[in-house]
Ligand binder design. Structure first.
Ligand SMILES: Cc1cc2nc3c(=O)[nH]c(=O)nc-3n(C[C@H](O)[C@H](O)[C@H](O)COP(=O)(O)OP(=O)(O)OC[C@H]3O[C@@H](n4cnc5c(N)ncnc54)[C@H](O)[C@@H]3O)c2cc1C
Length: 416
C-alpha cells in the first residue's frame, strides 16, 4: 500500500531512504533547511567501511578526550563548555566505552557496513544515477610507530576473524602498491574489504534521480515543529507551511536531537565537526588511507584528492578553527613528504557535523512513543558508508516487511 512519507533531512541518510521508499511506490517528500549542497554528506572522506568495526565509544576515548581538551589543534577535541546535553551525552559515552559493549557492537557494525557496500554496488549496477565513482581498492592504515601498528593489528585480527579481507604490508609492498607517491610510513594494514566514492558527485546525482522518480525535494525549508495527537505525528510545521503524512522519517543528522525534543523524546546526539580540504592537482595518491598518527583520512576522489579529519565537539556550528586545518595539512605532509597543500586549498576548507550517538551506533527504527515516526540518524563516522543500508532498512520498516538484518541494537528507545 502506498503511503505518504515525509523525510526530514536531505543528507545521504534521508536521500537513501527516499530512494528505497520511492522504489516501493510510496509518495515521498524530503524537506531540508539547506539547499543540499553542503554539510557532512558533502565533505566526508567517501569511505565505505566494513573495516570500521570499532565504535568511537571505546575504552580509553574519554581519557584521550580529556587529555586533548585544552589543545584545540588536536584531532579529537572536546571544547570545554557549560551544556547539560553535552554533559549527559559524555556520561553516556563513557558508560558505552566498555570492552563488553564494544565486543557486542563489532559484528553488528560489520553486518550493516557489508550490507551497505553491497547496496552501493546495486545502486551503481541499476544505472539509476548514471555513472559515479565506486572503487574497491581498500583502505590503508598507514603507521609510523610500533604502538600504532600493535593497535591496528589487534583490530585487523578481529576483522579477519569476522571474514573481512585484510593484509599486512611492509614498506616494500606499500611502495609497490602506491608507486606514484612517496610514503613516509613503517608499513600499513590494508583493509581490502573497503570501497570509496566521491560524495560531491553522488549527492547531486541522487537528488536528480529522485526528482525524476517524482520524489518532492523541498529545499531551504526548515522543519520548526511537530504537532502530535494521541501517539501520532499529526502535522509537520515548516518555515513555509504545514504538512500531514502517514509516516515521518527523522533524518536530520546532528539536528535530530533538537527536533526529537519537540515531541518529548530524548535522543542523545552531538555534532562532531570535521574538516576537509580538496587538492585538484595530481598528488599521485591512488589508494585511500588513514594516517594513523596524524588521525586523518586521505581519499583519491573523482578529479581531486581529499584530506579530511578531526573530531571536534564544540556545538552545532560551522566555525573553522584555523589551527585544526593547519594540523590536517601538516599531518598529510608528515606521511606524504612530496604533497604540499597550498594556501588557497587551505582557505577553501569545508566543515560538516557528524551526528554522533553516545555508543557509536545509529538510531534506526520506530520509537515505542510515536506510532508513525521512524528514526534514521546518529551514524557518526559511518554515515556515508551506512546511507544505503539505512535507506533500505527504513523502507522495510515502513512496509512492515522483514528487515535485512537485526536492528534491535539501533533502537531509538535504547538506554545507555
Ligand atoms: C570530515 C568528515 C569525514 C567523514 N568521512 C566519512 C567517511 O569516510 N565515511 C563515512 O561513512 N562517513 C564519514 N563521515 C560521516 C558522514 O559524513 C555522516 O555520518 C553523514 O554524512 C551523516 O548523514 P546524515 O544524512 O545523517 O546527516 P547530514 O548529512 O548532516 O544531513 C542532515 C540534513 O538535515 C537537514 N536538517 C537539519 N535540521 C533540519 C530541520 N529542522 N528542517 C529541515 N532540514 C533539517 C540539514 O540541513 C542536513 O542537510 C565524515 C564526516 C565528516 C565531517
Amino acid at each position: 500500500m502506498s503511503k505518504k512519507v515525509i523525510i526530514i533531512g536531505g543528507g545521504i541518510v534521508g536521500l537513501s531512504s527516499a530512494y528505497f521508499l520511492s522504489k516501493e511506490g510510496h509518495d515521498v517528500t524530503v524537506i531540508d533547511k539547506s539547499d543540499i549542497t553542503s554539510g557532512a554528506s558533502f565533505v566526508n572522506a567517501g569511505y565505505i567501511t566494513p573495516s570500521h568495526i570499532i565504535p568511537l565509544a571505546s575504552p580509553g576515548m574519554i581519557a584521550k578526550g580529556i587529555k586533548m581538551m585544552f589543545n584545540s589543534a588536536s584531532p579529537f577535541y572536546m571544547k570545554p563548555r557549560w551544556d547539560t546535553e553535552f554533559f549527559k551525552w559524555s556520561w553516556y559515552f563513557h558508560k558505552s566505552s566498555t570492552k563488553e559493549k564494544v565486543a557486542k557492537a563489532i559484528p553488528i557494525i560489520k553486518d550493516i557496513n557489508v550490507l551497505s557496500r553491497e547496496l552501493f554496488g546495486a545502486i551503481k549496477a541499476s544505472g539509476d544515477l548514471g555513472d559515479f565513482q565506486l572503487e574497491r581498492k581498500g583502505l590503508l592504515m598507514l603507521y609510523k610507530t610500533q604502538e600504532a601498528y600493535l593497535h591496528e593489528k589487534d583490530v585487523a585480527n578481529k576483522a579477519s576473524f569476522l571474514g573481512l579481507e585484510v593484509q599486512e604490508l611492509d614498506q616494500k609492498q606499500l611502495a609497490k602498491l602506491e608507486p606514484e607517491v612517496a610514503i613516509d610510513a613503517k608499513g600499513a594494514i590494508h583493509y581490502e574489504c573497503d570501497a570509496h566514492s566521491t560524495p560531491t558527485q553522488f549527492m547531486p546525482k541522487i537528488v536528480a534521480y529522485l526528482k525524476s522518480a517524482r520524489v518532492k525535494i523541498r529545499t531551504n525549508e526548515e522543519v520548526l515543529d511537530l504537532e502530535v495527537k494521541g501517539n501520532r505525528i499529526l502535522k509537520i510545521k515548516t518555515s513555509k507551511g504545514n504538512y500531514t503524512a502517514d509516516e515521518v522519517i527523522l533524518a536530520a543528522g546532528s539536528w535530530s536531537g533538537k527536533i526529537a525534543k519537540k515531541i518529548r523524546m530524548d535522543l542523545p546526539l552531538q555534532g562532531g565537526k570535521g574538516y576537509s580540504i580538496n587538492v585538484a592537482r595530481p598528488t599521485g595518491i591512488a589508494i585511500p588511507a588513514i594516517l594513523m598518527e596524524s588521525k586523518m583520512a586521505v581519499t583519491p576522489m573523482d578529479g581531486f584528492t581529499r584530506f579530511a579529519g578531526t573530531m571536534e565537539f564544540s556545538g552545532n556550528n560551522d566555525f573553522v578553527r584555523k589551527e585544526r586545518v593547519m594540523a590536517i595539512a601538516s599531518g598529510a605532509k608528515n606521511f606524504y613528504p612530496t604533497v604540499d597543500i597550498n594556501a588557497n586549498e587551505i582557505a577553501s576548507v569545508k566543515t560538516g557535523l557528524r551526528p554522533v550517538s553516545p555508543d557509536g551506533l545509529p538510531y534506526i527504527g520506530r520509537s515505542s512513543k510515536w506510532a508513525n515516526l521512524t528514526f534514521a540518524t546518529g551514524h557518526a563516522m559511518m554515515g556515508w558508508s551506512l546511507g544505503p543500508a539505512t535507506g533500505k532498512l527504513i523502507s522495510e520498516i515502513i512496509d512492515e516487511r522483514k528487515v535485512s538484518m537485526n536492528i534491535d541494537a539501533f533502537s531509538p528507545d535504547r538506554r545507555f
